[in-house]
Design a protein around this ligand. Structure first.
Ligand code: ARG
Length: 593
């Protein structure tokens, strides 16, 4: 079965048809909105009347005559200066919701793109031999949600984790490890991924610090380290083998963090900076031959008309340094060529900190000048995210002024959430394992939701008290709404959810049902605009409308058996929508809390 068309889309279509029937040349948007007075209000006739120099109320009356109501529209009337108030039949509402839930292929009404494109999304890109911090959290959480949203709408999505695995700093590390070969050894029999992830990071951290100390104090070591960089860049096999150890060790750590984040990352999608080494020469040659890049003081640079420094002097993008070395920009330009020409992408999305916006502006502009990108069929977009702030409103730091380790932060969130889960479980129905599992699902969900519920470009405060609060716009609130519905469905026992289109709906039922109806449009908008916060806001409203419904409309104690079944059906469709929506955001919805 194909996805079910939403009620809103059908009403919109009927109004648009009626507008065309009334004024064939008009092509006007009926501007349909949800409304408190009726189910919908259409405001589009006012502008149309102005254009056609007609009386808006008269025009509205004509449009009403041309609307095909059928079983769908119960009432349509002209109001105010020329608005239309539209009320649907109860039957159409329940039948539509039933159609989208009975068949799994109906996908809760979310259609698959008829002509999907290919999007490469660059996200979750930590750096080798370094700790992950809150910036890496944002990229991972936002990127994962956007990738899932796009995939759910049928887009062909290719994930790329552009990890920082190359650069001169590796000379020092490799040289040190070569001279102290056991520094990265793990204790025997350590099979727990989390423990080995932590151990890997502490090994890397210790090695980094001691190597750094030696580098700063021992001139001879410094010289050996510098020669190592040359070997590395020349592809010396022994040097590369040691470099690989750092990458592998770091991956053990990354994967342990991704696991903690309840996020699936595939090794094959990790294509770090080093993955483009073979393309760097050619990238420079192409840019130089086409005149996009020019030599300046020995370096290969791209200049831009609109990018100037504080004194009005031009700020170039340096593609190759005067010593012949390649940097971050050359790699990103090569990655664009790979993604466009080999992976055949139509859209490139980069989920990266807003502080790198100038870099991406210059890189994208260079690629456009070179003809690798354009504004029609091969677009690039930086989904730039803001800074995570502490409670004091300043960039999030430890009391000692250091960047906060992501793992510490996640552990604290899980601890807090576990306390909340325990407190809520007043009759001690959950086993210790269940408490731990729910604690992780609630804590990680809280962190993800706080990040996803504000639009990505804004800064937000990392406030765990607020994040795990049961009241307000939090994932815990949504998870509880879901768990509460499941508990009602369990209590109903033999009585199963069943749609009864013949019943009259209460206001709270209509409001809930019509919001469920908007799921498909919300998913589509969130995906095309790369805006998971729109889905988050939708889900919060869904949970709020459910709460009102639950307060106003007894479910198991409703008046008739049909009404009990129909309300259980509304509970069920709400739960399915919550579950699917949360899953797209990467957040679990436990059956019991
Ligand atoms: N590794 C970088 C960092 O930690 C982010 C990489 C972003 N992606 C890219 N294609 N440059 O800041």
């Amino acid at each position: 079965m194909a996805p079910v068309k939403s009620l809103t889309a059908t009403v919109h279509q009927r109004l648009a048809d009626a507008l065309t029937a009334t004024l064939p040349e008009a092509h006007a948007d009926p501007l349909l909105r949800r409304s408190d007075r009726a189910d919908y209000q259409a405001n589009g006739i006012l502008a149309l009347a102005k254009k056609a120099k007609a009386n808006p109320r008269d025009l509205a009356t004509q449009v009403v005559e041309n609307v095909v109501s059928g079983d769908l529209i119960k009432d349509i009337e002209v109001s105010g200066p020329g608005f239309l108030n539209i009320t649907l039949t109860d039957k159409a509402i329940i039948e539509n919701l039933a159609a989208r839930t009975t068949d799994p292929d109906a996908r809760l009404g979310v259609p698959l793109a008829a002509h999907p494109g290919t999007t490469v999304i660059d996200y979750a890109q930590p750096n080798v031999a370094k700790e992950m911090h809150v910036g890496h959290l944002r990229s991972a959480v936002i990127g994962d949600a956007v990738a899932q949203l796009l995939e759910f709408t049928g887009e062909n999505v290719i994930r790329r984790h552009h990890i920082g695995d190359w650069g001169t700093q590796f000379g020092m590390l490799i040289q040190y490890l070569d001279e102290h070969p056991h520094e990265l050894d793990h204790k025997a029999n350590n099979s727990d991924t989390e423990a080995s992830g932590e151990e890997a990071m502490s090994n890397l951290d210790r090695l980094y610090k001691t190597a750094r100390k030696l580098f700063d104090s021992d001139e001879e070591f410094k010289t050996r380290a510098r020669l190592r960089v040359v070997d590395l860049q020349a592809g010396d096999p022994a040097t590369l083998a040691i470099w690989q150890k750092f990458v592998d060790e770091s991956k053990i750590y990354f994967f342990s963090v991704f696991e903690k984040l309840d996020m699936e990352i595939q090794d094959a999608d990790i294509v770090g900076e080093s993955g483009y080494n073979d393309m760097l020469d050619e990238t420079c040659r192409l840019l130089e031959e086409s005149g996009v890049a020019v030599r300046s003081e020995g370096a290969l640079c791209v200049f831009f008309d609109d990018i100037k420094g504080p004194e009005g002097n031009p700020v170039p993008l340096i593609v190759r340094k005067s010593d012949g070395g390649y940097g971050y920009a050359a790699t990103d330009l090569s990655a664009i060529r790979d993604r466009v020409f080999n992976l055949k992408a139509n859209s490139l999305v980069y989920v990266v900190d807003a502080r790198q916006s100038l870099h991406f502006k210059m890189v994208f502009e260079t690629a456009r000048k070179a003809g690798w990108l354009n504004d029609e069929d091969v677009k690039a977009y930086q989904l730039a995210f803001g800074t995570v702030l502490g409670k004091d409103g300043k960039p999030f730091k430890t009391r000692e002024g250091e960047t906060v380790r992501l793992v510490d932060l996640l552990d604290e969130a899980v601890d807090r959430a576990t306390t909340v889960v325990k407190e809520k479980d007043t009759q001690a129905q959950l086993s210790d394992d269940e408490v731990a599992e729910r604690g992780a699902q609630v804590g990680i969900g809280a962190v993800k939701y706080a990040d996803l519920s504000t639009s990505a470009n804004r800064d937000y405060k990392f406030d765990l008290d607020q994040m795990v609060s049961l009241n307000g716009d939090t994932s815990v609130y949504l998870q509880y709404a879901y768990a509460r519905i499941q508990s009602i469905l369990r209590k109903a026992g033999e009585v199963r959810p069943q749609a009864h289109p013949e019943l009259e709906l209460a206001d709270a039922e209509r409001a809930l049902a019509l919001h469920v109806d908007a799921f498909a449009e919300t998913v589509a908008d969130s995906a095309t605009e790369y805006a998971p916060h729109k889905l988050a806001a939708y889900l919060y409203q869904l949970a709020s409308l459910y709460t009102t419904f639950y307060d106003k409309c007894p479910v198991l104690k409703a008046e008739t058996a049909q009404q009990v079944e129909n309300r259980l059906f509304l509970c069920d469709v709400t739960a399915k929508t919550l579950h699917q929506g949360m899953a797209l955001l990467g957040i679990r919805t436990p059956e019991r809390l």
